[in-house]
Design a protein around this ligand. Structure first.
Ligand code: ZN
Ligand code: ZN
Length: 218
């Protein structure tokens, strides 16, 4: 019987694989003391996208299958340093092994990278962008009271007759009034462009420092 390699879900496109290979070689040169011992090519690592709709995780590593998962939007971000920093982080995991986790030695080596500060800034910007894109894609609906401007976030649509109870109480003797009906805000054309919005799952996980041997978030 022939055993075939298990297929990889969401493999990165050829174009993006070429970008990854280039960054991999750059990092090997730039940080030769850390990555110099790694193989010349990237064939020993599998690269895939994180599943759509991932919000808090930007990249992760699986040690058992030597697979790196990278956020799809990281390839579309305006500055290539973001992708480089994410790969830098995950490659460091591969070099240091699962036991090192994010322990001080890991942090020290990561932050010693000359471009770490600049990368961190882009990473923060990217996290905000991902959150906004998820919200605008309909994962989180924003509603605003036209009077007091209070904003409510909802995962489902409100009934159209929902009004702001605070304003009805203060300004209308506690009687429902259409004047204080919530208005849906924050929509953009992102929602119209993204046909896959409904297939997404929203993950509101907090960023955590938990270590697990197999999977980790950065
Ligand atoms: Zn109100
Ligand atoms: Zn990590």
């Amino acid at each position: 019987m022939i055993m075939s390699k298990p297929t990889l879900s969401n493999p990165v496109s050829v174009e993006n694989l070429l970008r990854i290979r280039e960054i991999y070689r750059e990092l090997k040169n730039e940080r030769n003391d850390i990555f110099g011992g790694l193989p010349y090519g990237t064939n020993w690592i599998r690269f895939r996208y994180l599943k759509l709709g991932t919000v808090r995780t930007l990249a992760s590593v699986s040690f058992s299958t030597t697979t790196l998962s990278i956020h799809r939007l990281a390839f579309e971000y305006s500055n290539p340093l973001l992708l480089k920093g994410l790969l830098h982080h995950e490659m460091l995991h591969l070099v240091l092994g699962s036991d090192a986790g994010h322990k001080p030695i890991f942090r020290r080596i990561e932050t010693n990278w000359l471009r770490y500060e600049e990368y961190s800034e882009h990473r923060r910007r990217f996290v905000r962008l991902v959150e906004e894109s998820e919200r605008d894609a309909g994962r989180l609906l924003r509603y605003e009271c036209p009077n007091c401007k209070v904003v409510l976030l909802r995962t489902r649509k409100m009934k159209p007759e929902s009004s702001c109870s605070k304003c009805c109480k203060i300004h209308n003797d506690g009687v429902w009034s259409e004047m204080y009906s919530f208005i849906r805000v924050g929509l953009s054309d992102v929602e119209l462009r993204k046909g896959d919005a409904n297939d997404r799952t929203y993950e509101s996980r907090k960023q955590s420092n938990d270590e697990s041997s197999n999977h980790e978030r950065i």
